[in-house]
Ligand binder design. Structure first.
Ligand code: ZN
Length: 169
């Protein structure tokens, strides 16, 4: 998001030079610079001791395709805390170990996705209200159920990092 008006006082912003960042929007009344902002979110591949992956469905997105766990970070939490919280909320699983799997810029909608690979012991999935369906799927069969994605995309990259991590490729 690019600010045009000051979120504090509502005044129309001007521009001020901010070192190497060049010109940035500036409120003369509040003496505050308003850098561009965007949402941060996580995408988490959760696998178990049988190398099955937890894939979930939200029917408003698609009845056919499943996806990894994702969600928005809230102020005050780290990306790692967000990854564990989302997996707990959506699937009822406790992540025991978490590996970072890179960042992915989505535009639109201007979101920075932090990828993770998490391990959780296999147990019955307990779904939140926003998840319509979820299941453990053998890792190598997962692409047949997942949203199609291509190199550079978060689903593709996180899945292939998992395959390399676990020695499948
Ligand atoms: Zn202001």
């Amino acid at each position: 998001m690019r600010y045009k008006y000051c979120p504090y006082c509502g005044e129309k912003l001007t521009q001020i030079k901010a070192g190497d960042d060049g010109m940035v929007p500036y409120c003369t009344s509040c003496d505050k610079r308003w850098f561009d902002t965007f949402n941060s979110c996580v995408i988490v591949l959760t696998y178990n001791e049988l190398d099955e992956i937890a894939l979930s469905n939200q029917w408003y997105l698609s009845k056919n395709y499943k996806s990894l766990t994702s969600g928005f970070m809230v102020p005050g939490e780290t990306a790692e805390e967000c990854a564990k919280r989302e997996v707990k909320e959506e699937l009822g699983l406790d992540i025991e170990t978490l590996e970072y799997a890179g960042t992915y810029w989505l535009d639109p909608p201007e979101q920075l996705m932090h990828g993770f690979i998490g391990f959780a012991k296999k147990k019955q999935l307990v779904l939140s209200e926003e998840i319509d369906d979820a299941e453990w799927i053998p890792a190598l069969e997962a692409p047949m159920s997942m949203f199609p994605d291509s190199p550079g995309g978060p689903l593709y990259e996180v899945y292939h990092k998992y395959l390399r991590l676990r020695g499948f490729e």
